[in-house]
Design a protein around this ligand. Sequence first.
Ligand code: NI
Length: 228
Amino acid sequence: MLIAIPKVLDAAQLNALRQLLDQAGPAWVDGRVTAGYQGAAVKFNQQIDERSAVALQCQQIVLEALERHPRFISAALPNTLYPPMFNRYGEGMNFGAHVDGSVRIHPHSGRKLRTDISATLFLSESSSYDGGELQIEDSYGTHSVKLEAGDMVIYPATSLHQVTPITRGTRTACFFWVQSLVRDDGQRSTLFDMDNAIQKLNQTNADETARRSLIGCYHNLMRQWSET
Ligand code: NI
């Protein structure tokens, strides 16, 4: 399921990130350094060197925001996050259709991480560039995503996706992967819907015993479906 998560970053966090990224100079490298065999042939962008000091500073801002974001936690049910990365596309750059690599080595812990979910957090105002749409294919068709700065989209990492060519301006974004506690996208979607319904019921005078029972069902499904 493709889920938009609005307002992951506030204006202050966005400004701090933009300042760091604007001044990153030589930490911007060719995006192909981290692309696998399939991706390298179609990837034309720049990204921040994962080992640079500026990458760590930027990651910290994003990770702190994600940890406090209930909709992200509810939708992704994160087990392990790949440290957020940062890319930019100038005019004429794009990233052709590809599926993200299934397993990555966590650069800090050295442990393997299964990429269940792909995430793109938009950092540029949508009016500041043309093109640069994230197009994601699923069984319902192709979805074109271009969100406001500070908003994020998460989608199953199994999806074929691309970033269309930029025709004006620069598109800067943050992207990362999540190994979820619940590997299956359908099960994760069910839990997300159920959690949303519970949150809504909690704001009403709905029967307390029934609500408690529903919350119990949520946790019992989590127990059945999650892996740590
Ligand atoms: Ni990708």
